[in-house]
Design a protein around this ligand. Structure first.
Ligand code: ME8
Length: 632
């Protein structure tokens, strides 16, 4: 039987841009998937997007877009980001995919047929941001969402309910019989406590909007977005569609999630699976939350950093190494750019980079090719023993998702490599012809250590590992190549550039602060007086015609009504707005801007828009105003 491994991330809501926090789970899952593949497992790694529900619907409405078009546009951002981050997912599920919708309906029907779904009335609180129902007893006096602290909405709806209460005992039994079902331990205990208090039935449909999967036997209802979303874990691997694939991968080996969605994954999802008679996932790992420079991640603080910015500045391998090494997986942790730099300079440039560079330089200075070892000398037993011990510990830690420990153990070996150079003093051996064989042994041992390090790092630092393999001219043959003295001697090596250039602290500019500075810093020189402002003639205008300009992807030609006068302007908004969606909108323009020609078209004024990442949002007025009205 081939070894099989199935790993998942949450499917992300499309209405917020991915940031370093959401990238974190995907990066971890990617590392685990790569590690398992290396260990010879037939691995399926799934991620995707969660596209139904009230929150997405409202975001689509405020962007004046059809929710499906909106979803198509935003889901692409996630697909592209994961590509840029080198994420090796095998599947990408979207909850608006037809096969998923059908699976959700079949699943719901099965639960209904089993007698686990009944019609009732829901009266209580709802957090649109988290798509979560809350009862009075969950709330404190502020009546804010216990997860995200946002205001809640009171709803009264006819809903279908899932008899979750029926599953309290079976779940308790499962938790007791499978002590590793939920990790870390403290997260498991939180779930046990809820279970011991008894589960209540939960609402699983909505009637006040229709952006969702229709309940198969009652089209007034759409399936509750969480219920719909959880089913992604089975729909994406062929449940009810491709039994061969489904039976191969299900049950999942691990669902990686953030701590705030543990209840859905560790209580509701398992009960849903029990209801339809499917085995439960082997493990749910609920990790902690990342803050950025000590602050909760939020757009307004300017720290919801697009991971691409970090990767551009520091490289993907350094960012991944830092995240896994410094943040103890499972606990909350802080993404600090200062600490990232420390890791880059100390661990990557100094320890690893120097070890590789020194070893290869000495080989190329003293030998034509990678030399052959001849005898075991002083410190050689130690380097061999430590390499073999490191490999053993590395497996144990990686299997337990203890990434900090796995990397720390590899770094102990790297540091020993540097110490071995200091102890064996190859530069002295090089000056004595009678020590040539000893020199060859030392340099071979070092190359072998480096090769083992590169294999162990490969799931985390894909590019670095490939570069090392190229430099020492070895073939990467997966896990089989781990072990002492498996390096092929007699090959040409390449010294090349150091793997990680040191970052010069004096010249270094923080990328996270740059975002803050851009949005927040107003220095005195850039302040304006009221007279300066009065020079601008700002007016309300209505768009009466809009069309694309051939060969200009960003530009639209707009004809405006400004107090009865027709004006033409050219605006760079074609990436956010279609011409049709603009007709009739009231916008704000600078009326007295000097006319210019853009792509051969006259632009007589300029519209105002807010920048939101790479999207633009038109400035408009609150309520209907006569066109031509002045703004002051
Ligand atoms: O909850 N630190 O989607 P979501 C660490 N659609 N991880 C973070 C993080 C942070 N600051 N911020 C986000 C949903 N995450 C549902 C899931 S699954 C069937 C449906 C990660 O877009 C973490 O994994 O709000 C968290 O659980 C997830 O993103 C939430 O993503």
């Amino acid at each position: 039987m081939p070894k099989v491994f199935y790993v998942t991330t949450p499917i992300y809501y499309i209405n917020s841009d991915p940031h370093i926090g959401s990238a974190y789970t995907t990066i971890v899952a990617d590392i685990v998937a790569r590690y398992k593949r290396m260990m010879g497992y037939d691995t399926f790694f799934l991620t995707g997007t969660d596209e139904h529900g009230q929150h997405v619907l409202r975001s689509a409405q405020s962007a004046q877009k059809d929710p499906k078009d909106f979803s198509d546009e935003l889901a692409t951002r996630f697909v592209n980001l994961w590509k840029e981050l080198g994420i090796s997912n095998d599947g990408f599920v979207r909850t608006t995919d037809d096969y998923h919708i059908k699976t959700v309906q079949d699943f719901f029907q099965k639960m209904y047929d089993k007698g686990d779904i009944y019609l009732g009335k829901y009266e209580g609180w709802y957090c649109v941001n988290c798509e979560t129902f809350w009862t009075d007893k969950d709330l404190n006096k502020d009546k804010l969402c216990p997860t995200c602290n946002r205001p809640l909405e009171h709803i009264e709806e006819e809903n279908y309910f899932f008899r979750l209460s029926r599953y309290t005992e079976p779940l308790l039994k499962h938790f007791k019989e499978h002590p590793d079902f939920v990790e870390p331990d403290f997260r498991r205990n939180e779930m046990l406590k809820i279970l011991e208090g008894g589960l209540e039935d939960v609402s699983v449909s909505r009637t006040s909007f229709n952006w969702g999967v229709p309940v198969p036997f009652d089209s007034k209802h759409v399936v509750y977005v969480w219920f719909d979303a959880l089913i992604n874990y089975v729909s994406a691997i062929g449940y009810g569609r491709d039994e061969k694939m489904f039976n191969k991968y299900w049950p999942a080996d691990v669902h990686f999630i953030g701590k705030e969605i543990n209840r859905f994954h560790s209580l509701i999802w398992p009960a849903m699976l029990m209801s339809v008679g499917l085995p439960l996932p082997k493990k749910i790992f609920a990790h902690g939350w990342l803050t950025v420079n000590g602050e909760k991640i939020s757009k307004s603080k300017g720290n919801a950093v697009d991971p691409r910015i970090l990767i551009k500045a520091y490289g993907i391998d350094a960012v991944k190494y830092y995240l896994l090494r410094d943040i103890q997986f499972g606990n909350d942790g802080d993404f600090s750019e200062d600490n990232l730099i420390v890791r880059i300079n100390a661990d990557l440039a100094n320890d690893l980079g120097n070890l590789v560079h020194r070893t290869l330089s000495m080989i190329s200075q003293n030998f034509d090719t990678l030399p052959t070892p001849s005898e075991v000398g002083k410190y050689d037993d130690e380097i061999e023993k430590l390499t073999l011990e490191t490999i053993k510990d590395y497996f144990r830690f990686m299997d337990e998702f203890k990434f900090t420990e796995a990397l720390t153990t590899v770094w102990k070996l790297i540091k020993f490599g540097n110490k071995y150079i200091d102890l064996t003093e190859p530069w002295l051996l090089a000056h004595d012809d009678s020590k040539r064989e000893r020199l060859a042994t030392v340099l071979y041992n070092l190359s072998d250590l480096i090769r083992n390090v590169a294999i162990m790092l490969s799931p985390v630092m894909v590019k670095t590992s490939e570069k090392i393999f190229e430099k020492i001219n070895q073939k990467f043959e997966g896990i089989e190549s781990l072990g002492w003295h498996k390096t092929v001697a007699g090959v040409n090596v390449t010294v090349g550039e150091p793997l990680f250039p040191r970052i010069d602290i004096k010249k270094w500019k923080k990328v996270i602060n740059m975002v803050n500075e851009e949005t927040q810093k107003v220095d005195e020189k850039s302040q304006v007086t009221i007279e300066d402002f009065a020079k601008l003639d700002l007016r309300v205008a209505r768009i009466i015609k809009a069309e694309r300009i051939p060969k200009a992807e960003k530009l639209l030609k707009l004809i405006l009504d400004v107090g009865g006068e027709n004006r033409q302007i050219v605006a760079g908004i074609a990436k956010t707005y279609t011409p049709e969606s603009l007709i009739g909108r009231e916008i704000i323009i600078i009326y007295n801007l000097k006319p210019v020609k853009l792509m051969g078209e006259e632009s007589n004024g300029m519209l105002l828009a807010a920048k939101d990442g790479d999207k633009l949002r038109l400035l408009t007025v609150d309520g209907q105003v006569e066109t031509g009205a002045k703004i002051s």
